[in-house]
Design a protein around this ligand. Structure first.
Ligand SMILES: NC(=O)c1ccc[n+]([C@@H]2O[C@H](COP(=O)([O-])OP(=O)(O)OC[C@H]3O[C@@H](n4cnc5c(N)ncnc54)[C@H](O)[C@@H]3O)[C@@H](O)[C@H]2O)c1
Length: 332
């Protein structure tokens, strides 16, 4: 299938693009390179553009004769969204509207959308299912929920097929160590911990060790990018005309911060300095998915259910690419 991936040069988008190429599809990335890395995708599969430019997006869809869009492009750092909601509503909400309008202009019939467990808020019961109440507690979560609703409204009015995938914590790198996570400002636990192991940061800060969890640190559901990519392939292949699907997408297993640190120490083979500090406001103690709906409807199951196996792939990338993808001249 001919597929355009907005944000396709980003961490998850590029992993999906490479996966789709390996699995018989014809994907291209549409990315403004504000965070994405050109070397993460083949050069002839990257169109540089802003999703807010509806006509440029429509033109890219027409030129590629796109049959589907996977919409990854977004701003996705929770504290930044609290400081600068203007930018988050612009890119995540108006940007999604622009993508949908471009799809209408170019007659593209289906979309797979990157949503998030951050649309649930902190009070829902675990594990989270598609039915759990959505009550986001920061602008990032609110903008992603608004985008979900917009996609559903456009779908019922204009006959679009859609799959909304609410991911948990994306993690890991390509198993051969060739591609992985490389951001301007890293905020994710596994790369931060491995950067400490590599001597690029003095210590890992642990926010709170008095949460109601098995060792007092926060529990998260880490899902490998290859498992995310597999789910995107299955979802896009399953969407029929006018078909709407929503799935939570996590491994179904939780690891505490201390368990992640231990896994990193085992993989790297040395102790990793940590500093325990106070809780961060707004952090839920536990986030775990119940992925049984996507398992039963699409036959998806995660290959990476062991945190150590996920960390091994991330370390292979980070230890062989200390500068990541290299200089990032196009960023603003
Ligand atoms: N990383 C996670 O753990 C996680 C969890 C849940 C949901 N998500 C969602 O998955 C998606 C991808 O996340 P990621 O971790 O790969 O982030 P990322 O920042 O690596 O990728 C986002 C990409 O979008 C591009 N982009 C941003 N604004 C754009 C614009 N206006 N026009 C065109 N391109 C633009 C960036 O350059 C970047 O390449 C996001 O929608 C995010 O909300 C991520």
């Amino acid at each position: 299938m001919k597929i355009v991936l907005t944000g396709g040069a980003g961490y998850i988008g590029s992993a999906c693009l490479r996966w789709l190429l390996d699995h018989g599809h014809d994907p291209i990335a549409f990315d403004d390179l504000s965070e994405g890395n050109p070397p993460s995708v083949p050069a002839d599969r990257l169109v540089v553009g802003d999703i807010l430019d509806t006509e440029a997006m429509a033109e890219a869809l027409r030129r590629h004769r796109a049959e589907a869009v996977m919409h990854f492009a977004a701003l996705a750092i929770v504290p930044d969204s609290v400081k600068d909601p203007d930018n988050y509503y612009r890119v995540n909400v108006l940007g999604t509207k622009s993508v949908l309008d471009a799809m209408r202009r170019a007659n593209v019939p289906r979309i797979v959308f990157s949503s998030t467990c951050a649309t649930y808020g902190t009070r829902a019961e675990m594990p989270l299912t598609e039915q759990s109440p959505q009550a986001p507690e920061h602008p990032y979560g609110t903008t992603k929920l608004a985008a979900e609703r917009m996609i559903q409204d456009y779908a019922s009015a204009y006959g679009l097929g859609y799959a909304i995938l609410r991911y948990f914590n994306a993690a890991g790198a390509d198993p051969d160590g060739s591609h992985g996570e490389d951001r301007r400002h890293e905020t994710h636990l596994i790369p931060l911990t491995l950067q400490v192991a590599a001597g690029r940061r003095p210590r890992l800060l642990i926010y709170g060790d008095d949460w109601p969890t098995r060792d007092g640190t926060c529990v998260r559901d880490y899902i490998h990018t290859a498992d995310l990519a597999d789910a995107h392939q299955k979802a896009v292949e399953a969407i029929g005309p006018g078909d709407g699907r929503v799935y939570v997408l996590g491994s179904g297993h939780g690891a505490t911060v201390l368990e992640v640190v231990t896994a990193c120490e085992e993989v790297v083979g040395r102790p990793i300095p940590v500093e325990r500090t106070g809780r961060r406001p707004g952090d839920p103690p536990t986030l775990i998915a119940d992925p049984s709906k996507i398992a039963s409807e699409l036959g998806w199951s995660p290959r990476y259910t062991d945190i150590r196996a996920i960390v091994e792939t991330a370390w292979r990338w980070l230890s062989t690419h200390p500068e990541g993808y290299g200089p990032k001249p196009g960023r603003h």
